[in-house]
Design a protein around this ligand. Sequence first.
Ligand SMILES: [Zn+2]
Length: 490
Amino acid sequence: MADKAEQKQGEAKGGVTEITPQSENFSQWYLDVVRRAELADYTEVKGCMAIRPYGYAIWELIQQAFDKRFKATGHVNAYFPLFIPASLLNKEKEHVEGFTPQVAWVTKGGDEDLAEPLAIRPTSEVIIGTCYAKWIKSWRDLPVLINQWANVVRWEKVTRPFLRTTEFLWQEGHTAHETAEEAQDETMKILALYKECAETELAMPVVDGQKSESEKFAGASRTYSIEALMGDGRALQAGTSHNLGQNFAQAFGIQFQGRDKTVQHAWTTSWGVSTRLIGGVIMTHGDDNGLILPPRIAPYQVVIVPIPRGNWQETVLPKAKEIQAALQARGVRVFLDDRDSQTPGWKFAEWELRGVPLRMEIGPKDLEKSAVMVARRDTRAKESMPMDGLTEAIAAKLDEIQAALLQRARTFREEHTTRVGSYDEFKSVMEGRPGFVIAGWCGSEACEAEIKADTQATLRNIPFGGADQKGTCVKCGQPSPAEAWFAKAY
Ligand SMILES: [Zn+2]
């Protein structure tokens, strides 16, 4: 085990230093974890981050998990331009009003002023819509099910790595359909896909439901979201799926000849998840010792630390390499940390901070016993595991950790969700331990705005299935058609 002297030595080398405890300052804890786990760094560009290799490896695993599901449901990938001519952006009125304050513009090319400024895409409905207007002629061309992996830019005043940055990475799906019903089915299919992927791969439980009018996407008919609860009791919108109705089809002329030979406007959808999910993973699972990664999105699921005693390079190291090869053959992502520049104690602290799900220690004594010491990151429990059958036992342990993290996050959410019966109760919950508050809501924007002004809580969404038809609005007492979930949010 790491002794204090070893850890101090590590710190002196500039590797592992302390992280602000969550209870002291959650926001600082988050920034410390992002920087010290080498996920991202600030750059000379205000509000823009460099995603470091370890953070990018997490993103690639998240990307693959979603991409696989998009393809399995009939979607294909394509790529569209970064720039949008000003005249195009202005075509859909609500959309342009919603996005104008956040748009960055290119006004010069080389020395020449541009005749028409170019917006850097804040999202791509507009540019993709003009392509669909050309590509779609007949009902036989539908549905169009395209996804784009891209960067977008939204000029933000206050930024925080992964959660809100001026430039970020995401996927944006854009689909066109023959009927309103098909577009709605697609919108809901993607929302369900997002929920399943977030819970299965990121071990991040989410509430799926519909957004209120005031929180919906600019230009959409209806917006749906998945909402997660972070370790500080704030909600994080983790993904959105929009039914755009015929709004964009009318603005951009996406028309087709129907089965009855009449010319009709298509029904479109759009949906996205972004690098914000990495922020969600950090704040759902992390603890005072740093990051905790769910095995399915961990760049290294196991790190092997050989204990350098005696002639370890002739004895321990070959065995460690053998274990590494066997695990890799089983599909487990393994890093063998055989650097002799660092002590085992430094390595333990380092990989704990970086959230690796399992740490395996192997030294001369373990070899004698034909066993290894294995430490779990989530519970920090240590046990000796026999070499015999080790590969399968490790694979099973990773599955166990994945399930335990989801369960732990679900329990946390349940403990931080309160169904309130009165507005006083609503306010006192929001003043105390934060979390989700479930309350009746009449549907009026005025009540929603007053609740936000009084408590800072926003209406996250109106979940499916949980609707209480008989309730009353927590603010005004009028009948409430459905229960809404409120929280302070990122
Ligand atoms: Zn009301």
